[in-house]
Design a protein around this ligand. Structure first.
Ligand SMILES: C[S@@+](CC[C@H](N)C(=O)[O-])C[C@H]1O[C@@H](n2cnc3c(N)ncnc32)[C@H](O)[C@@H]1O
Length: 234
């Protein structure tokens, strides 16, 4: 282990307890988000939008870039990305739930951005070539993968990133653990499918996966701590 990785592990060891496990299957997740896709924007957007917007600010997609939005949901970020990369760029969304993919396609069409592409699939196994993207965005998605799967998921996202590419993660955070997080985790235990985003240690997890963290912003979502992290493959 390099001294830097050793330091990262020690940092993780000092964190306030392990993250919760994911106890629903991917099939449950797909069915839930399919059913939820019609209301997701109205229910979740008022809470999630500020952190997602902050993530897009950090990612700062540029004209001509190739950008992937993993777990694109109803397409709010994907529309913004498609606008930013412009007609010479590529904006691709992918989502496990067909209902979310349809919602994203409608959002792109509604914004007159037919150039955006949406592909249904699992973010853990992407149908793209190595180095296919200049930037990858994942907002409230990394924390949906179970703990043992996260390193492989991040390796997959790094595989499709160009060596000098950027990854931006927006995630509920267990850093700054307190009563609100404690209560939310109890609700997650009771409702593992409906309340499936569970707080993780995003910055430390990205470091341990070998990413170089450029910036972390700490914000709140539903009064819960959130991390917005911009990083690069080393
Ligand atoms: C909490 S929502 C966030 C949606 C969107 N990124 C946003 O910020 O509004 C999580 C999204 O990830 C999708 N999802 C869940 N598991 C996934 C997986 N294994 N691969 C790809 N997408 C997944 C869900 O269908 C849902 O659209």
């Amino acid at each position: 282990m390099t001294s830097e990785r050793h330091a990262a592990s020690e940092a993780t060891d000092r964190l306030p307890g392990p993250i919760a496990r994911v106890r629903r299957s991917k099939r449950d997740a797909r069915n839930w988000y399919d059913a939820f896709s019609r209301w997701y924007g109205a229910v979740a957007d008022p809470f999630e939008a500020p952190a997602r917007t902050s993530g897009l600010e950090l990612l700062a997609p540029e004209p001509g870039e190739r950008v992937l939005d993993v777990g694109c949901g109803t397409g709010t970020a994907l529309v913004a990305i498609a606008r930013d990369v412009g007609p010479t760029g590529t904006a691709v969304g992918t989502d496990l739930a067909d209902g979310m993919c349809r919602a994203s396609r409608r959002a792109l069409a509604g914004a007159g951005l037919e150039r955006g592409v949406v592909i249904a699939g699992d973010g853990a196994s992407l149908p793209f070539a190595d180095d296919a993207f200049d930037a990858v965005f994942a907002s409230f998605v990394l924390e949906l993968f179970d703990t043992p799967e996260i390193p492989a998921v991040l390796a997959e996202w790094r595989r499709v990133l160009a060596p000098d590419g950027r990854l931006c993660i927006v995630s509920l955070s267990r850093s700054g653990f307190g009563p609100t997080t404690w209560f939310y985790e109890r609700v997650h235990d009771l409702l593992p499918t409906a309340v499936d985003c569970r707080p993780i240690y995003a910055t430390e997890t990205l470091r341990e996966a070998g990413f170089r963290v450029l910036e972390t912003r700490h914000e709140t979502v539903w009064r819960l701590p959130a991390e917005i992290v911009l990083c690069r493959p080393r």
